[in-house]
Design a protein around this ligand. Structure first.
Ligand code: ATP
Ligand code: MG
Length: 436
């Protein structure tokens, strides 16, 4: 099943479940002073969950493009993207545990025919200190749906969501994970996020039953609600039986194009560089479509970094003349199937991206030349401090520099990157932890 068919199938099934469809909002969070981007399908509903407005319907659903810059460090692995699409369902004034869990399970096992024995779930184990009981109700529902005891795991803080700020609604959640390996299940669920056996595909319900006040006091709320969301790309990787989100139908075409353009191998650092370009191109298309221009702050700064990182991969492979327009065309054709407004802005997006690339080319060339000179002078060795300095002076991204160093048969020596970077940030106070 193609990713667009999967998206449409979700909309069709959730329409039939009696929920009300809500249109997606722009990925730039213009109306929210706390956020740059829509980081979850829940954001447009925040006002209802926080009690600032009354929800127009008690049960809704949507498909919402999201941008998560906090996940940038993980982009290039098998499951993290900066731009992804969330398939969500939301309830107000009622928790609808049974409805949300049951709909998610039936969609996976009956509509998509994912084998039930390749799915496991996690449930909140309770917190005696905060006087919050284990989520037995969810366990009972999972059991009634036919899950065996060994498929149900208890988790602590990872299955308690929120509040989003110092105070606000929060509560336990229950999540569905796909087991890539199959066979006997472990006693405990691996809490390490780099684990590659289990991939979270659906947060089947955050049960917003509590309110936490700024002093840490937790109490039940009068108007509870529910937030639930699945990642479209992760679901597609399961349905299409491919090893990563980057191998799904649309992204695999983009990846093949990047690999051909840059003559990248299909393993190691080359693989993750190619995947990063694919991710960034999609994110660039979505952000630039909102009229954002590359710049120094907020969404403009993120857009600038994404364009520069993607272009630097091409430049590092000698492709200085590529202005990313072919990839933007491809990505827009693909995303435009679900979000047609991207097609209308493609021409403007291509001009914006080409302009940013033109202004970055000269400093990037200087950075690459300086790096080459250092490698020659220092017997193919550079330090983390050298890399930070190249980034500061010319905007040469660290991971691109490392790829160049390794490509020349050199290596990065010396202190741990995080220590050096922390010291550097301490010295140059102006840096607000921006993406490198
Ligand atoms: P993870 O811990 O695996 O990064 P999460 O707990 O941050 O996921 P949620 O905030 O619960 O995820 O989001 C709901 C769903 O959205 C997840 O079950 C997943 O399918 C999808 N999702 C979340 N973050 C990403 C991402 N960076 N890339 C792709 N899909 C994502
Ligand atoms: Mg989660």
């Amino acid at each position: 099943m193609l990713i667009t068919d999967l998206h449409n199938k979700f909309l069709e099934c959730y329409e039939r479940s009696g929920r009300k469809f809500i249109k997606p909002v722009p990925v730039v969070a213009n109306d929210d002073p706390d956020l740059m981007f829509i980081i979850s399908g829940m954001v447009p509903f925040k006002k209802y969950f926080c009690g600032d407005a009354k929800a127009p319907h008690s049960r809704m659903y949507n498909a919402q493009p999201c941008i998560r810059t906090v996940d940038l460090v993980d982009v290039g692995d098998v499951k993290h993207l900066t731009y992804f699409e969330m398939l969500g369902n939301w309830s107000f004034g009622n928790v609808d545990r049974r409805g949300s869990i049951t709909n998610a399970w039936l969609f996976l096992t009956e509509t998509l025919r994912i084998p039930a024995n390749r799915l496991v779930v996690t449930v909140f184990k309770g917190d005696t200190e905060k006087n919050i009981p284990p989520d037995i109700t969810s366990i009972d529902i999972w059991r009634e749906l036919g899950l065996r005891s060994d498929q149900i795991f208890f988790l602590g803080k990872d299955n308690f969501w929120g509040p989003a700020g110092a105070d606000g609604p929060c509560g336990p959640c229950t999540e569905i994970h796909y087991d890539r390996l199959g066979g006997p299940l472990p006693e405990r669920f691996p809490e390490d996020d780099t684990d590659e056996r289990f991939m979270e595909i659906w947060n089947a319900g955050v049960f917003l039953e509590y309110h936490k006040s700024a002093d840490g006091h937790m109490q039940s709320i009068a108007g509870p609600g529910l937030a639930a969301g699945a990642g479209l790309e992760r679901l597609a990787s399961v349905v299409q039986e491919v090893p990563s989100v980057y191998d799904t139908d649309e992204m695999s075409i983009l990846l093949a194009q990047v690999r051909a353009d840059c003559r990248l191998h299909s393993t190691g650092r080359d693989l993750s560089q190619g995947r990063k370009v694919v991710d960034h191109i999609r994110a660039i298309s979505a952000i630039a479509a909102e009229g954002v221009k590359p710049g120094r702050d907020g969404p403009s700064h993120v857009l600038r970094r994404l364009i520069r990182r993607a272009y630097a991969v091409f430049a590092a492979h000698g492709e200085w003349d590529n202005d990313l327009s072919d990839l933007l065309h491809l990505a827009t054709d693909q995303l435009g199937r679900r979000y047609p407004h991207l097609k209308a802005t493609l021409y403007q997006t291509s001009i914006t991206v080409a302009g940013e690339i033109r202004s970055f080319e000269t400093p990037l060339r200087r950075g690459m030349d300086d790096l080459d000179e250092l490698l020659g002078r220092q017997s193919l060795e550079v330090s983390e401090t050298d890399l930070i300095s190249l980034n500061g002076r010319h905007g040469l991204p660290r991971d691109i520099a490392i790829a160049v160093v390794e490509g020349r048969g050199g290596k990065v020596i010396g202190e741990d990157y995080k220590n050096v970077y922390a010291q550097h940030r301490h010295v140059s106070k102006g840096d607000q932890g921006r993406i490198k």
